[in-house]
Design a protein around this ligand. Structure first.
Ligand SMILES: [Zn+2]
Length: 344
């Protein structure tokens, strides 16, 4: 190897060692200036080319250029290393990147709320509008307009929270039937979900605050078959086809004829005997339904000779029992998130 070649190899070794030893950017730059700067070692070697015989000069120049190229590559690597180290230091000052991350907590919808939303979605698909209304209502909307005058014994059945002599927390969502019929003329197709209140003792099937889904369809030629079809369809949508639904003749002042709608008891699966949940019947009541009473239509100035309609009011918590195979409505509200998160 020529003398120049040996000098350049040695120089590159020293250059690399000096870069490795440099503690910071500034030291790195000092190394660069010392070797590659205007008065650096490499520049001095270039100047020395002039003292060589003319024939050797091109080869010497080439050797030096190659050495410079290699040194610049090493220098660029070193400064990249420094930049990465700077970023790391900056992060370490503000964030401990080794600290375990906090798992994100995502909220979920309460199963009762989901039932209400799914039921409303079903009716919306069939052209119904969703309406909501006040939870505090005058007795007119809760009772009088629904064919339950002040002296009617049916009022006793609604064990209500009275706020004043005439105002009460609504014991059912049916006031929304009246509010809607007051505002619009037939045809009417609404569902009205919302909270209701009754002075019921709390047990596996009762809460004093619960949710109802009210439905009302008024038009010409509306009959009980429409009601059965729509409610059976809703139950299929909410429960699938494994649950049975039955209509049982009943009495309500605001519908005639009236029915109570039951579904298979989720606890005994309809078996009945000794089942504490359904009292041995094998069925759980979802709510009431029927054809709107002519007196209610008359009260709204709808001619019962022209218009007919049906209405229903189902308990959302009761629907939840069947849908989720839960045996106690209190489980929907006791904040046991581990349990509730399974019911999605
Ligand atoms: Zn049962």
């Amino acid at each position: 190897m020529s003398e120049l070649g040996a000098t350049l190899v040695d120089l590159q070794h020293r250059f690399r060692a000096a870069l490795d030893a440099a503690p910071d950017d500034r030291a790195l730059d000092a190394v660069r200036v010392g070797y590659l700067g205007r008065n650096g070692e490499v520049t001095q070697l270039r100047r020395a080319i002039g003292t060589l015989p003319a024939a050797e000069r091109p080869a010497a120049g080439k050797l030096i250029n190659e050495a410079v190229e290699a040194m610049e590559a090493v220098l660029s690597e070193a400064s990249t290393r420094f930049e990465a180290r700077d970023v790391e230091r900056e992060l370490a000052r503000t964030v401990d990147v080794t600290f375990p991350a906090i798992a994100p907590l995502t909220g979920s919808i309460n199963p009762v709320r989901r039932i209400v939303e799914d039921a409303c979605a079903y009716f919306r698909r069939h052209g119904f509008a969703v309406v909501i209304g006040p939870e505090i209502e005058p007795d007119y909307y809760n009772f009088d307009a629904l064919n339950i005058p002040a002296d009617h014994p049916a009022r006793e059945g609604f064990d209500s929270f009275w706020l004043t002599g005439t105002l009460l927390l609504r014991p059912h969502t049916s006031p929304m039937q009246i509010r809607t019929m007051q505002q619009y003329r037939p045809p009417i197709a609404i569902v009205a979900p919302g909270k209701c209140y009754r002075r019921d003792a709390v047990d596996a099937r009762h809460l004093f605050q619960f949710h109802q889904i009210e439905g009302l369809l008024i038009g010409e030629g509306i009959h009980f078959g429409h009601l059965k079809g729509m409610l059976a369809g809703m139950c299929r949508e909410l429960f699938g086809t494994s649950q049975s639904v039955r209509f049982r003749p009943s009495f309500f002042p605001f519908t005639e004829p009236s029915a109570e709608v039951d579904t298979t008891c989720p606890k005994c699966k309809g078996g009945g005997s000794h089942c504490g949940m359904c009292g041995g019947s094998g069925w759980i009541e979802l709510g009431g339904a029927g054809m709107v009473h002519p007196n209610v239509l008359r009260e709204m100035n709808y001619d019962p000779e022209i218009y007919s309609g049906w209405a229903f009011g189902f308990g959302a918590e009761r629907l939840g029992l069947s849908r989720y195979d839960v045996d106690d409505v209190r489980r929907f509200i006791n904040s046991a998130l581990d349990f509730l998160e399974q019911l999605q």
